[in-house]
Design a protein around this ligand. Structure first.
Ligand SMILES: Nc1ncnc2c1ncn2[C@@H]1O[C@H](COP(=O)(O)OP(=O)(O)OP(=O)(O)O)[C@@H](O)[C@H]1O
Ligand SMILES: N[C@@H](CCO)C(=O)O
Length: 291
């Protein structure tokens, strides 16, 4: 069984752990067949091949356990999403492992698949956050109202965005460790205003307004030390026509909305190079989810 799972942008500005946007590319490709033993082979970006360390095999095993199936599997992962990129690399693999086994067993219950995928995500980031896995499964832009029971609101957003991938790493685990247990009420209110306005603007197809709402007071202020270059990058993007810029997931990838996405991408890459950080950009439409 072969599945293809896209990269995703979690948080998407003010929606910490709740908003997620599915991209068309890059993707992880995972092939699984049932077998007596357990074997994981990886090509592309390097990730562990030990079955208890690779998030795709962890989620595949979790799905088998949930289904009460005593079996091993042979798994091949063609890793197209760079790990620690902020593009949901671990989330894509975690979903892919669970989805491939679910399809082999003719299981299409999304909660079972998500429960297994979160087991994999937990291995990578230390906590089972769903805002990479869920948009990768559903496609589009999702608001994750609740994981269990699974309640998702989806907008089939029609937009293109530019994603910039700098050659630095940010571990999600570390990026979550620096977060406070509580935030000031005023910041929570400001985020509520941004997040609810962003959903309405997206629903209305007002992409310029969506861009202006790409801010965050829940995680970004505490993660700035991990991404010291962000303010400079954001300034360069806005000076070159971006409607708005934000961090993808816990970073380091950033994304921007605007008219001339190539021009914005080049400007951001240039700003990274001034910080002596190599970077590349690509343009993607909103994706339709795992296939
Ligand atoms: N199949 C896999 N794909 C990606 N990462 C994996 C996989 N298996 C294990 N890992 C490990 O998970 C960690 C990546 O987790 P992390 O969440 O930091 O990266 P990410 O998922 O790319 O980032 P983000 O969640 O911000 O998009 C790395 O240590 C990586 O080795
Ligand atoms: N919501 C998660 C996304 C990680 O990709 C975080 O910001 O920690």
């Amino acid at each position: 069984m072969r599945v293809s799972v896209p990269a995703t942008i979690a948080n998407f500005g003010p929606g910490f752990d709740v908003f997620g946007l599915c991209l068309e590319k890059p993707r992880d490709f995972i092939r699984v067949k049932l077998s007596d033993e357990i074997e994981v082979k990886v090509e592309g970006y390097k990730v562990p091949e030990e079955p208890d360390k690779n998030v795709a095999s962890v989620s595949a095993l979790s799905l088998l356990r949930q289904a009460g199936v005593e079996s091993g599997f042979k798994m091949k992962i063609k890793k197209g999403i760079r790990p620690k990129s902020g593009l949901g690399s671990s989330g894509a693999s975690a979903l892919g492992g669970a989805l491939a086994v679910a399809r082999l067993l003719d299981i299409d219950d999304k909660e079972i698949i998500l429960r297994a995928a979160l087991e994999g995500e937990k291995v990578a980031s230390g906590s089972p956050h769903g805002d990479n896995i869920v948009p990768a499964l559903f496609g589009g832009f999702v608001v994750l109202k609740s994981l269990f029971p699974l309640e998702v609101f989806k907008i089939d957003a029609k937009l293109k965005l530019v994603v910039i991938l700098p050659e630095v790493e940010v571990s999600t685990k570390r990026a979550r460790e620096v977060l406070p247990k509580h935030v000031p009420l005023s910041d929570a209110v400001r985020n509520l205003a941004l997040a609810s306005s962003l959903v309405l603007a997206l629903e209305n197809g007002d992409i310029e307004e969506v861009g202006k709402l790409l801010d965050d007071y829940l995680a970004m202020p505490y993660r700035k030390p991990l991404i010291p270059w962000f303010d400079k990058i954001r300034k360069a993007a806005l000076e070159n026509g971006a409607y708005g810029v934000s961090i993808s997931g816990s970073g380091p990838a950033v994304f921007a909305l605007g008219e001339n996405l190539d021009e914005i991408g080049r400007a951001i890459v240039g700003a990274f190079e001034e910080e002596r950080i190599n970077a590349e950009y690509f343009i993607s439409k909103v994706g339709g989810g795992a296939e």
